[in-house]
Design a protein around this ligand. Structure first.
Ligand SMILES: Nc1ncnc2c1ncn2[C@@H]1O[C@H](COP(=O)(O)OP(=O)(O)O)[C@@H](O)[C@H]1O
Ligand SMILES: [Mg+2]
Length: 157
């Protein structure tokens, strides 16, 4: 299947949040965003901006310990962090497959690359890498579904 990609470079947390907010504003039912990157890369910060763009009011926190948080914006938002999970079976225990059902709204999954077989489709991957400067991040997006509002907002096409 053809993969489409788009790369953006951010120079500050604000710039990342702004991009995320713009994409969140375009997100539709069924959007699944899989976030990959080291600790401190910016996955949670990106999610916070994305949620704001979706109209979520109030604080969006890292679900590292909670594993999952749900919010209500223009659409329901489910935010996972799989960092602490060790085995794929644990996904069943936390109800991952029920809660990550894309038709229920928007799903964001930090550390999604830990269990690539278990992820809902279609999905957009976001790999965040540190750049040379302290606050520099390279945001690489990938999808097989070019025809979505989110992808159009991202690429401007
Ligand atoms: N360009 C940038 N984009 C995103 N975060 C940045 C950037 N520059 C610095 N940061 C900082 O990196 C940290 C990212 O933290 P966080 O989003 O919790 O990471 P993760 O969820 O990937 O572990 C924050 O402290 C943020 O201020
Ligand atoms: Mg995080």
């Amino acid at each position: 299947m053809r993969q489409f990609s788009f790369t953006a470079v951010s120079h500050s947390p604000e710039e990342t949040a702004e991009l995320a907010e713009r994409l969140g504003a375009a997100a539709e039912y069924g959007t699944v965003l899989c976030l990959v990157g080291d600790l401190g890369a910016g996955k949670t910060l990106f999610t916070q901006g994305f949620a704001r763009g979706l109209g979520v009011e109030g604080e969006v926190t890292s679900p590292t310990f909670a594993l999952m948080n749900q919010y209500r914006g223009r659409l329901p938002v489910t935010h996972f962090d799989l960092y602490r999970l060790e085995r794929e079976e644990e996904l069943d225990e936390i109800g991952f497959h029920e809660y990550a059902e894309p038709s229920g709204g928007v799903v964001l999954i930090e550390w999604a690359d830990k269990f690539p077989e278990a992820l809902p489709e279609p999905r957009v991957w976001l790999m965040i890498e540190r750049g040379e400067e302290d606050n520099e991040r390279r945001l690489a997006f990938f999808t097989t579904e070019e025809d979505s509002a989110l992808w159009r907002a991202l690429t401007g096409k």
